[in-house]
Design a protein around this ligand. Structure first.
Ligand SMILES: *[C@@H]1O[C@H](CO)[C@@H](O)[C@H](O)[C@H]1NC(C)=O
Ligand SMILES: *[C@@H]1O[C@H](CO)[C@@H](O)[C@H](O)[C@H]1NC(C)=O
Ligand SMILES: *[C@@H]1O[C@H](CO)[C@@H](O)[C@H](O)[C@H]1NC(C)=O
Ligand SMILES: *[C@@H]1O[C@H](CO)[C@@H](O)[C@H](O)[C@H]1NC(C)=O
Ligand SMILES: *[C@@H]1O[C@H](CO)[C@@H](O)[C@H](O)[C@H]1NC(C)=O
Length: 345
């Protein structure tokens, strides 16, 4: 039908495109919605009405998005691409959508998010990336994503997530982490700190359940004690915590570390906390030190007292002896005369 119109009247075409709706979609002018769900689509339909704000593309087989797919619909606020076959997203895919508020990508086959895929979306509030195969998220989503309030990475293949990424989303209220193979080693220390502060500020999360290493499988990250991270290579924990000012010092100490242990580089990359032979709590250690100190102090005092007593006794004895000697010399006792004579001889 459309082809016939094109053939017969090339003059009408621009008007038709401007006000029409793709064959496979239903467009609602009042709600500014294009409903293209459940249509067996394999690509984003062309010629969408430029004024639409809601685009429903869920439950199709869309497997790729053209760089220019959304150039004609710059006013989109809600884009639902859930339950499709997307395996990758080109960095520029969403860049024209300056008014986008909700982006739903759940139930796709995405395994990798490029650095700038979600950059330049200043009004984005909800980003649903759940139920994909994502193994990597960028360090930060980049410019102008600071208004995100909901982020879901549920049910993916994430082992870690940069604390910087979460810190770059100051308006986050809900973050969903469930069903990922989280690796609870030194790398996740920053995430633990962030999550604690996020929950303290009233944020909502379904928590991080460790998957590896084996001894922490099934454990809540929040309940993994800090001391286990303390057993990590010193530098690993510090890199997260120290600023550039301390760089030289850190560098030196890491060199020292490397000198002590030739495998420092390897243990750095694996970054597994070294299991302590006996988990002694810090409080115990402090108590031990205090008690030892007190006992030592008491023993020292007793020794001091004994020394003072000994000295005093010695002095008194000496004095007594001297007096006794003097009086003995006066009286001229025979015992005292003997050395006197021998010294003379
Ligand atoms: C996903 O989409 C397919 C059609 O592509 C549909 O048959 C299926 O029911 C949808 N799944 C869900 C959970 O909506
Ligand atoms: C994304 O779509 C799914 C259904 O396909 C829905 O359950 C989910 O709530 C949506 N996410 C957001 C953030 O709206
Ligand atoms: C992504 O960003 C990281 C650091 O922010 C950088 O190391 C990496 O090279 C970037 N990747 C690409 C493909 O640009
Ligand atoms: C994006 O951020 C970089 C620095 O992180 C900055 O140089 C650049 O100007 C920013 N661009 C926009 C459009 O905000
Ligand atoms: C958040 O949205 C407001 C408008 O609602 C906008 O002015 C602001 O630039 C956005 N902030 C960020 C960090 O993108």
């Amino acid at each position: 039908m459309k082809n016939k119109i094109t053939l017969f009247s090339s003059f009408i075409l621009p008007i038709y495109v401007a006000h029409g709706c793709p064959e496979k979609c239903t467009c609602h002018t009042v709600s500014k919605t294009a409903d293209c769900k459940n249509r067996g689509l394999r690509e984003i339909p062309a010629h969408l009405p430029p004024g639409i704000q809601i685009l429903q593309l869920q439950n199709n087989h869309i497997w790729r998005i053209n760089e220019n797919a959304f150039t004609g619909t710059p006013l989109l606020k809600i884009l639902d691409l859930s339950n499709n076959s997307l395996s990758s997203l080109a960095p520029g895919t969403f860049q024209k959508l300056r008014y986008l508020q909700v982006l739903n990508l759940t139930r796709n086959l995405i395994h990798y998010i490029e650095n700038k895929t979600f950059s330049f979306l200043p009004h984005l509030k909800e980003l649903d990336l759940s139920s994909n195969s994502i193994i990597r998220l960028p360090e930060t989503f980049g410019n102008s994503t600071g208004n995100i309030t909901l982020l879901s990475v549920k049910h993916n293949k994430l082992q870690k997530m940069e604390r910087v990424l979460l810190e770059s989303l100051p308006n986050l209220k809900v973050v969903l982490f469930k069903d990922n193979p989280w690796q609870c080693n030194c790398n996740v220390f920053g995430l633990k700190l962030w999550l604690e502060s996020f929950l303290y500020r009233g944020g909502i999360s379904d928590g991080i359940i460790c998957s590896t290493p084996g001894i922490r499988k099934g454990k809540d990250l929040l309940k993994v004690p800090y001391e286990l991270f303390g057993a990590c290579p010193l530098t690993a924990a510090h890199v997260h915590l120290t600023s550039i000012h301390h760089h030289n010092f850190e560098h030196r100490s890491s060199l020292k570390h490397a000198h002590h242990n030739e495998h420092a580089e390897n243990s750095w990359s694996n970054c597994d906390p070294k299991p302590k032979p006996r988990p002694v709590s810090l409080r115990h250690a402090i108590a031990t030190v205090v008690i030892t100190g007190v006992v030592c102090g008491i023993v020292c005092l007793m020794m001091l007292a004994a020394a003072v007593y000994g000295c005093a006794y010695a002095a008194i004895t000496a004095k007594y002896h001297r007096e006794h000697l003097a009086s003995a010399r006066q009286h001229g006792t025979p015992e005292e005369k003997e050395p006197f004579n021998s010294s003379l001889a």
